[in-house]
Design a protein around this ligand. Structure first.
Ligand code: CO
Length: 183
């Protein structure tokens, strides 16, 4: 079982180092383990047995104590077809982003941040991310919008030591940004 590094740990605030390419078996294994953790964290039977585990849709390597640029994402995007958006990425980089913003109406959460932080986190509505696929080792170019784009940006922030609440306006946490898409 992976141990999640919690807010207050200095390494969570450090910028992570690039992953060396081609991907090593060890790095691939790490991403597999991270993805496996997310999948399990959404399984009700698993959660019942492990009450301390919280459900997550994204996880970045610094959150398991590895300050290298790797992340995984896993969330249900199409309940009717039971389809999940799944990413395991090394060296992800945002290469294009929309001016249009988006935010989660219920605010963001994070496996490393047990304490709630109320307020809107404005992010790009659309992003294009270049990365190396953590499972195949091939370069990939990903386009996401809405929820998927928000999750990717949240996880990439972890690689730069940024936590979601850093982006909440402390003076006006629920400030309305004209034109931003509520999700
Ligand atoms: Co997080």
């Amino acid at each position: 079982m992976l141990k999640i590094v919690l807010d207050g740990t200095p390494s969570l605030r450090e910028a992570s180092k690039e992953v060396e390419l081609p991907l090593s078996d060890k790095d691939r294994e790490t991403m597999k383990k991270m993805l496996d953790y997310l999948v399990k964290s959404q399984d009700p039977a698993f959660l019942e047995k492990h009450p301390n585990v919280r459900s997550g849709v994204g996880l970045a390597a610094p959150q398991i104590g590895i300050n290298r640029r790797m992340l995984v994402v896993y969330f249900l995007d199409d309940p009717e077809n039971n389809h999940y958006t799944t990413y395991a990425l090394a060296n992800p980089r945002i290469v294009a982003s929309s001016i249009k913003r988006a935010y989660l109406q219920g605010g963001e959460g994070c496996l490393s941040v047990p304490k709630g932080h109320e307020g809107y986190v404005y992010r790009h509505y659309k992003v294009t991310v270049s990365a190396v696929d953590g499972l195949t080792g091939n370069p990939v170019l990903i386009k996401e919008r809405g929820y998927g784009a928000i999750v990717l940006q949240h996880e990439i922030d972890h690689l730069d030591g940024i936590l979601f609440y850093d982006r909440i306006d402390k003076k006006d946490p629920f400030k309305e940004l004209p034109g931003a898409v509520a999700i």
